[in-house]
Design a protein around this ligand. Sequence first.
Ligand SMILES: *Cc1c(COP(=O)(O)O)cnc(C)c1O
Length: 228
Amino acid sequence: MNDCVRALHAIQARIAAAERRYHRPPGAVALLAVSKAHSIADVRAVLAAGQRVFGESYLQEAAAKIAALAGQAVDWHFIGPIQSNKTRGIAERFSWVHSVDRLKIAQRLDAQRPDHLPPLNICLEINVSGESSKSGVPPAEAADLARELSLLPRLRLRGLMAIPPPSRDLETQRDPFRRLRELRDTLGQAVPALDTLSMGMTDDLEAAIAEGSTMVRVGSGIFGRRGA
Ligand SMILES: *Cc1c(COP(=O)(O)O)cnc(C)c1O
C-alpha cells in the first residue's frame, strides 16, 4: 500500500478516536487533506483510497493539480493567503475558501464567482491568538465582516477558521480553539447557518475536535513532511 494511503487511514483512525473520546457524533468531523507542496501522484493515491476533499494554499500549484484531475469528483478548498489578483482564479476553481479576512477580498470573490457554479462557501479566518499571527480578522471585527459578507449573493458564509501557534500541550492547544468556538456561537446569533469550525491540523487535531471542530486540515500527517 502507498505510504500516503496508510497515513490517511491512521489519520482517519485518530479522528474517529477523538470523536469517541470527546463525545462527538461519529462522522461529525470532516477531513480536509492538505496537498500543498505534494505531488499529483500522491493526490491520486489518496483520492483512489476514497478521500474526496483536498486543500491547497497556492493558486498556481493548485490550478495544475485541478487541471490534471479534471473529471474526477474532487472538492477543492482554498486555505492560503489571498492576494487581490488571485481572486478570480480561486472563485473559478474552488468550492470553499477558508482564509477570507478582508471585505475587499470577499467582494471580489463574490463578483467573480461564475454563475454556473453554486455559491462559494466561505470561512472567515480569525486571528484568535493576537500578535503571533499576521493573517486573520481580529475577533472584535469579526461580527461586522460577517454581516457584510452574508449580504453577498454569490458567497455563503459557513463558519470560522484559525491557525493558532503550535504547542505540544493539549490544554494549551485547546485554548484558542475554545475561543474560536465561542466566537462562532456569538456570531451565530446574528448570522445563521454558521455550521463550520475549520480548526485542527496534524499536530493538534485532537484538541480541535475536543473543542468542536467540524473540519480538520491535515497535510503532513497524510503526505509526509513537506519536501520529504
Ligand atoms: C499547511 C496547512 C495545513 C496542514 O498543516 P499540517 O501541520 O501539515 O497538517 C493546515 N491548514 C493550513 C492553513 C495550512 O496552510
